[in-house]
Each structure stands twice: as C-alpha cells, then as structure tokens.
Design a binder for this molecule. Structure first.
Ligand code: HEC
Ligand code: HEC
Length: 313
C-alpha cells in the first residue's frame, strides 16, 4: 500500500532527481516522503497503514457544506500527508479560535478570519515530542491546539463534516461517523510519517547562520525521552524553534519548519500568499527585519548560495 501511494503521488517531486545525501549529524529519523519512520514496532506499522487508508479515503458528509471529502484533498504534496497548493485547499480559520470555517462560509458571509495554507505534516511526531517546548499549544499556525490527537479529531469534524466522539456536526442525537480507534490510527499515521529527507547543506548554510536566520529556524532539535519509544531521544533538522514571532503587522505566528521546503511549495507563507522562496525572505519584517536587511546587503552570488541551500532542504 505504501509503495503504491508513493508511485501514484510522485507528481511534481523535483527532489527525486537529487540523490539524498544524509546529513552526518542527524541520527535516527530517516525515510522518504510518505514512508513510515524506520524502527517503529509492528503494531505501530499496522496502525500506520490503517491510518493512511483512512487519511486517503473519501468520507460521506453529514452536512451539506464542508471543505473536502478526504484529508488527502488538502494534504497531498508531494505525497499524502503533504501540503496543498491550490486555492481550493486554502481554509478560512476563525481569527479568535483558530477553528476552521467551511470554505463556503468565507465566500458567502463576512467572517473575521484569515486564510491558511495546509502545511505539510511530514515529521509531525518529532515536532510533537521535541524537548524544551514552552508552548503548550503546538498545532496550527497560531498554535491553537495542544495535541495532535485533538487536532485530528477537530479536522474530521470541521474539514470533512464527519462527527467524532468529541465534535458533533449535526443536530443531536449525535452519532459519530468515525470511531475513536479509527481517528487514533490517523494520529499514528501522522505521528510516524517520516520527516522530509535530509540533504547536504553546502555553502549557503553559512550565510543562513551569519544572517541569524537560525535564531528562529533552529536547525537541530531533539525529541524528549518521554516520547514513544520509537521517537525518543532523536535528533532532527526541522529548522524551527516552534515559537511565536511577529514578522510585521499580522498576528504572531509559529516559525514554520523549513525541512522539505521546495518539495511542499510553492505557494509559501501561512496563507499561501508568497510565490517564491526569494520573496519569502523579503516578506520577513518585524522581529526578522534585520535578517531581511542582511540578505539585501549580500552580493548576488551570496544570495544565490543561500537560496540554493534553502532549496536543498
Ligand atoms: C480543506 C483543506 C483541509 C482538509 C480537508 C484537511 N486539512 Fe489539515 N490543515 C489545513 C489547513 C489550512 C491547516 C493549517 C491550519 C492552521 O494553520 O491553523 C491544516 C493543519 C493540519 C494539522 C496541523 C499541522 C501543524 O503543523 O500544525 C494537522 C495535524 C492536520 N491538518 C491534519 C488533517 C487531517 C487528519 C485531516 C482529515 C481529517 C485534514 N487535516 C484535512 C487544511 C485541511
Ligand atoms: C524572528 C524569527 C525569524 C527569523 C530571524 C527568520 N525567520 Fe523565516 N520565518 C519566520 C516565521 C514566523 C515565518 C512564517 C511567516 C508566515 O507564514 O507568516 C517564516 C517563514 C519563512 C519561510 C517560508 C516558509 C514557508 O513554508 O512558507 C522561509 C523560506 C524562511 N522563513 C526563511 C528564512 C531565512 C532565509 C531567514 C534569514 C534571512 C529567516 N527566515 C529569518 C521566522 C523567522
């Protein structure tokens, strides 16, 4: 099943042309887009496969309006579990709660909300258990949800219009359209979905450090030792501090991981409003204004090297 998914979804996988060179300092998580992490137990592997099927299949809706019929509609690039690139996959989320509205709401009535691009979900288990996290809220670009578990329950209800034991999408009596065991399998699928493959760093990595991009896009993180056994004590290169920053007039946002950057975009930015990697650097203001200014002061060759580095992540 996994292999079949890999073939069917390999559209636009520019990264395949490059032979992945594993970064020497990264121990543990290796794999490829869409694959389960190495070293998981047999029962985890079975739940991963079941979760993948549930993530990829179409679900009948319990109400007229909903955003999509499957998770994979929005999380597909370059493989199931990835990001969404088209307008139809952008979701209007409530400005206060971060809860998604259905797409139809945003078009018809004026709701205070902000557009969000579906982020890629690769390596989510490592981010979920990374150590030194101060924020209790970790998921969603506003960090609105504390656990992966809660986010997945909510996604079934708010995105697919499927009631769970926690959320009812129809008037009572509420009958969940999906069992807790099935939702938990999806959590397992996402938790053990391999991070994007680590590739070689090259010269641009130096510029990345010199411009202090790594203040927020922290290259190396580690999972804590309370994580499930197959995730505990691993080092990984997600390029995020998982903290809130203000880059300008818009609300604070959690630093997005840069791993897999060129395989899961364009478009970029939390709302899919930025078309190229170079423009994302220029869009940094606020706390990152200094980094942007530093980039503009670099020679063209240095800028090219930095961009090549970002494209290699
Ligand atoms: C209509 C498009 C759409 C569908 C369908 C969809 N998602 Fe998402 N997903 C999004 C968007 C947009 C975000 C970003 C929300 C935010 O930033 O607050 C997101 C975020 C997530 C996150 C949090 C990732 C992070 O790093 O914080 C998880 C987990 C997730 N989705 C899982 C799922 C699951 C499981 C399903 C199916 C039940 C699903 N999604 C269906 C659009 C979608
Ligand atoms: C003060 C913290 C901070 C610094 C410094 C910083 N960034 Fe960012 N970066 C962010 C945040 C937060 C976002 C998300 C912005 C958004 O989507 O609204 C982001 C977004 C990005 C993105 C787009 C990611 C995506 O998936 O859309 C790239 C690429 C990026 N940064 C590269 C850089 C580079 C290169 C530098 C150094 C020149 C840098 N950043 C410096 C915090 C920072």
């Amino acid at each position: 099943m996994r292999n079949r998914a890999r073939i069917t979804w390999s559209v636009g996988l520019a990264g395949l042309a490059l032979l992945p060179v594993w970064a020497a300092e990264i121990s543990g998580p290796e794999g490829y887009f869409g694959a389960p992490m190495a070293g998981i137990s047999e029962s985890e592997a079975l739940a991963f496969d079941r979760g993948f099927q549930i993530f990829a299949r179409a679900w009948p809706s319990e109400r007229e309006q909903r955003n999509a019929e499957s998770c994979v509609t929005c999380h597909s690039l370059p493989m199931p579990g990835g990001s969404g690139a088209s307008q139809e996959t952008l979701v209007l989320v409530d400005a206060q709660t971060g809860i998604p509205h259905h797409v139809g709401d945003g078009r018809s009535i004026s709701i205070q909300g902000a557009l969000r691009r579906p982020p890629p979900l690769f390596g989510l288990g490592l981010l979920e258990f990374s150590d030194g996290l101060e924020n209790a809220a970790r998921f969603g670009s506003r960090g609105q949800t504390a656990s992966l578990h809660d986010f997945v329950f909510a996604a079934f209800a708010f995105e697919l219009g499927v009631s769970t034991s926690k959320h009812c999408v129809t008037a009572s009596p509420c009958r969940p359209g999906i069992s807790d065991a099935q939702v938990n399998d999806v959590v397992t699928f996402l938790r053990f979905l391999s991070p994007p493959p680590a590739r070689s760093a090259g010269k641009g990595a130096e510029h990345f450090r010199n411009l202090n991009c790594d203040n927020c896009h922290t290259p190396i993180s580690r999972t804590d030792f309370d994580a499930p056994l197959s995730l505990a004590g691993m080092t990984f290169a997600a390029y995020t501090d998982q903290k809130f920053h203000s880059l300008g007039p818009s609300p604070k946002i959690v630093t997005p991981p840069l791993w897999g950057l060129s395989s899961v975009g364009p478009p970029y930015w939390h709302d899919g409003s930025v078309g190229s990697i170079e423009e994302t650097i220029l869009a940094h203001g606020g706390e990152a204004a200094e980094a942007r200014a530093g980039f503009l002061r670099m020679t063209q060759a240095e800028q090219e090297a930095l961009l090549a580095f970002l494209r290699s992540l």
